[in-house]
Design a protein around this ligand. Sequence first.
Ligand code: UDP
Ligand code: MG
Length: 316
Amino acid sequence: MAAPVLAIVIPCYNDSEALPISVARLTAILDRLIVADRVAEESYLLCVDDGSTDDTWAVISDLHERDTRIKGVALAHNRGQQYALIAGLTAVNGKCDAAVTIDADLQDDPEAIVAMTDLFLAGKEIVYGVRASRASDSWFKRTTARAFYRLQQRLGVDTIYDHADYRLMSSRAIEMLADYGESNLFLRGIIPQLGLDTGVVRYNRQERVAGRSKYSFTRMVSFSIDGITSFSAKPIRMIFLLGLALLCVDIVVAIYVFTSYFADKVIIGWTSLMLSIWFLGSVILMGIGIVGEYVGKIFNEVKHRPRYAIKTTLWD
Ligand code: UDP
Ligand code: MG
């Protein structure tokens, strides 16, 4: 059997500092795999510029000029990492036997690609890169990430613990992924749903090679909300259950109110009234917020808009 064509897809947003370093390391790994006859000579890298505002695209063009194995796709707007990834995977669909997606900052050890390729050659369709340690992440990022994975599992979202978007997918997996036309993308939730044979490679998460993280706290929160509301309707049920529980409390309150009334007690009642108004008000608002989250999703899905617009492509 001929060696498979491997594509390495790299989402890039304002990562012009990190790119030359990471592309050099990734091409070196690719060369090693080619020499060892593990992957085909036509294997390549694809940098997806996610609407960067710095000179990321100039850097990609420059790299492409020097080595045409480094290809590029530029999105017209900044759509976020998930969309840059799906744009890249769509671009390589049918043009490779397997694709690895990896961040431009090389926080995810690129050496794991070798082990991923080995598992692919052994027949695995999807290989997850899983963080063996998060020592280089801040305490805050580590704790919030852990809490997020746990919450997702509680809510019945099928994800892999401590796996982000560093993974290998076979051409078959990429083709199947193309059938998921949803606008609210959370790849980590979709990939396990493909139901293909999977493997795991462990690695240590490192510091960025250059530049700064593009995920602010608010972006992390909105990503987490997306990850849950795109896959689970449990939050709506929880609101309903909360309402039910409050109804039970209400019965007790009603009994208390009536006994006080018939006992002819003078009830000032201001405190309890204020407490109830505020408490119920917040519960109602929470409910509206959660329902609104889903309505927003329905709104996005029914529009069936393209998920991104490609501005330029560098290929041959
Ligand atoms: N990224 C992207 N679009 C964005 C934000 C980030 O394509 O809107 C890319 C970024 O260039 C990097 C990867 O996604 O390759 C992960 O981003 P980052 O390292 O900032 O996230 P962190 O590792 O801090 O979670
Ligand atoms: Mg990073």
